[in-house]
Design a protein around this ligand. Structure first.
Ligand code: NAP
Length: 415
């Protein structure tokens, strides 16, 4: 058993391993958990109770999660004098599946977002965000039930690669002078510069995951979202490489939108997945005007960031929006909202986002029975109109309850 400086490995749990290119999950897996800063303390307590209750009930005590606290953010800074200690990365890498609360991004020069760092260090290249509506939750649109999408956002490159030079710096002067001289560009000398790399590698691993997800879950389509009309060699290339991957690696399972019309007269052949693409500005309209035509949306990093929050707003807000960062094997499941410091330790915030992220985690582990049980219990709790403040302000005749009481209601409503 590994020895860590501050992490205590639970004695009653076993490590998840890889067997035959698949995760092998014991009945008592050790799951690292980053509690998170601010409201992380409220929501994670609630989430662990809900997950433990569902696993116990679904598997009649035969399965159990052995949670292992690992540290990042403010707590890590107190313990290690570091915001993201190496042993946290090491623990997640060697246990494969982890749950995470929100983390403060320290303000000031020199700090990168801890969330972005975690994704890049472990090559968690797909940010997966399912967005669908829970009946009864208030929404700013007339038909929130029509939106049921899973966003696959590339997670490691694009403008998030962090290659930037500040206006007026020595380096930016070098870059601008070199470009204007050697590449015949005409960049204003008082500019800041950022670089937007999008690679074949990053695109293919993301689109492959998105199509495989559609196949595994028998979903009808994958849409490549890009701004290729303007950025031809980055966003446009994302589209081209996405189609190339689909028509080479998944040839027998997919039909492109062109082929749908040229070969199949617009009638989708049974059992195939439609691969289409949309320009980014158009998809923002389409998810509002024709949401039921979309199922999986595969996007470069920045488009995906915008689109995820816009879609979450359509179904009632951040409090109910789950997310996961997934690589070849590692899955880091996390609340999609931040630390909301004004609500920290007040026991009022909605734990829905991290609970639903844990639902994704249970599905990833193949513990679907417990996952379904939690989702149904959440719906039942909303049906009974016992909800946290954020849902309460959008629902007529509801009773407002706190974070821990909401978790207790979910547990009561499990069957
Ligand atoms: P935020 O923490 O997400 O909070 C913004 C607002 O969103 C809250 O005031 C609240 O709105 C609503 N909200 C957030 N979580 C909610 C929940 N669980 N239930 C109900 N409503 C919820 O964003 P922020 O204030 O911009 O960021 C605060 C810190 O979090 C920053 O340090 C930022 O860097 C960090 N952050 C971390 C992550 C992450 O770890 N993945 C993500 C984003 C931001 P109302 O006040 O209207 O109720």
């Amino acid at each position: 058993m590994k020895k860590y400086k501050h992490i205590v490995v639970p004695k009653d749990g076993k490590r998840i391993t890889i067997k035959g290119k698949k995760l092998s999950i014991p009945n008592n897996p050790i799951i690292p958990v980053i509690e998170g800063d601010g409201i992380g303390r409220d929501i994670m307590k609630a989430a662990r109770r809900v997950v433990d209750a569902a696993v116990e009930k679904a598997f009649k005590g035969r399965k159990r999660i052995a949670w292992m606290d690992v540290y990042a953010g403010e707590k890590a800074n107190e313990l290690y004098r570091e915001w993201l200690p190496d042993e946290t990365i090491d623990a997640i890498k060697s246990h494969y599946v982890a749950l995470k609360g929100p983390l403060t991004t320290p303000i000031g020069g020199g700090f990168r977002s801890l969330n972005v760092s975690l994704r890049q260090i472990m090559n968690l290249y797909a940010c997966v965000r399912p967005v669908h509506w829970y009946k009864g939750v208030g929404s700013p649109v007339v038909h929130p039930e029509r939106l049921n999408v899973v966003i696959f956002r590339e997670n490691t490159e694009d403008v998030y690669a962090g290659i930037e030079w500040k206006k007026g710096s020595k380096d930016v002067k070098k870059v601008i002078t070199w470009l204007n001289k050697n590449m015949k560009t005409n960049i204003r000398t008082d500019s800041g510069i950022g670089i937007k790399p999008i690679s074949v590698t990053g695109t293919k691993q993301l689109v492959r995951k998105a199509i495989q997800y559609a196949i595994d879950r028998k979903l009808p389509s994958v849409t490549l979202v890009h701004k290729g009309n303007i950025m031809k060699y980055t966003e446009g290339a994302f589209r081209d490489w996405g189609y190339k991957l689909a028509t080479t690696e998944f040839r027998r399972k997919i039909v492109t939108e062109d082929e749908l019309w040229s070969k199949y007269k617009g009638k989708m052949p049974k059992g195939k997945i439609l691969i289409k693409d949309r320009i980014a500005d158009s998809i923002f309209q389409q998810v509002l005007t024709r949401p039921d035509e979309y199922s999986i949306l595969a996007t470069p990093n920045l488009n995906g960031d915008y689109l995820s929050d816009a879609c979450a707003a359509q179904v009632g807000g951040l409090g109910m929006a789950p997310g996961a960062n997934i690589g070849d094997y590692i899955g880091l499941f996390e609340a999609t909202h931040g630390t909301a410091p004004k609500y920290a330790d007040k026991d009022v915030i909605n734990p829905g986002s991290v609970i639903l992220s844990a639902v994704m985690m249970l599905e990833y582990m193949g513990w679907d029975k417990a996952a379904v049980m939690i989702e149904k219990a959440i719906q039942k709790t909303i049906d009974k109109k016992t909800v946290t403040y954020d849902l309460h302000r959008q629902m007529k005749g509801a009773k407002k309850i706190g974070t821990s009481a909401f978790a207790t209601e979910i547990i009561k409503n499990m069957r």
